[in-house]
Design a protein around this ligand. Structure first.
Ligand code: IMP
Length: 200
């Protein structure tokens, strides 16, 4: 089954294809869409609506995700991609995160992934997945992307960037959100719950 995915992020796309192997994952860049919602769900909906308008009768989805650090009041949050400013710069983001956590003992954090889904009949739904862990004192590992070298999931002593892709996907925010997506698609249609959440 084909599913259109609103992203230009090759890393996300690779993970989505790994987690949904039964689907033909087709990227469609939601270029020009302004992601100015203050929630992951809101931004995911804006993105999926932009591409669903081009693919009537098909499954479409968008992932909006980021890192929330307890001691920073949930930052970088929805600004994760551009934490250190525009244009998005992963090294600068990670360096700023470490700087802002210098001397901070409470390093608890979680990744959140919201996936907005539009079914072939146009119904919308949003699901979320979270992965809890802590921010390391220094980066380690070369796998993954974004903040992966700094994020150590609970129950592990290695960062996301030190885990094999299957290990990360089995416990990650994206893996958890996409397991719900898979269940929704297998049920035949979305639940149609998204609009109130998006408008509210
Ligand atoms: P988005 O494309 O607006 O959803 O931005 C997502 C940003 O959150 C990415 O650019 C990363 O900085 C961060 N992020 C989201 N998911 C992950 C992940 O799985 N690993 C590391 N960083 C992530």
């Amino acid at each position: 089954m084909k599913i259109f995915v609103a992203t230009h992020n090759a890393h996300k796309l690779r993970e989505i294809a790994q987690i949904l192997p039964a689907f033909e994952v087709v990227p469609d860049d939601p270029a020009g869409v302004v992601e100015d919602a203050d929630t992951f769900s809101g931004n995911a909906l804006v993105k999926v609506r932009a591409i669903a308008a081009r693919h009537a009768g098909a499954w479409c989805m968008a992932d909006d995700s980021g890192l929330e650090v307890a001691a920073l009041g949930g930052a970088p949050g929805v600004r994760s991609a551009r934490y250190a400013g525009e244009p998005s710069d992963t090294s600068a983001n990670n360096a700023l995160l470490l700087k802002n956590l210098q001397g901070v003992e409470d390093r608890r954090a979680n990744f959140t992934c919201a996936v907005a889904l539009v079914s072939p009949d146009g119904a919308e739904s949003v699901v979320e997945g979270r992965c809890f862990g802590a921010i390391a004192l220094a980066p380690s590992g070369a796998e993954g992307f974004g903040y992966d070298p700094l994020f150590v999931p609970d129950g592990r002593d290695r960062s996301f960037a030190e885990l094999a892709a299957e290990e990360k996907n089995a416990i990650s925010h994206r893996g958890r959100a996409l397991a719900k997506v898979r269940a929704l698609i297998e049920s035949g249609r979305c639940r149609g719950l998204a609009r109130p959440a998006a408008d509210g």
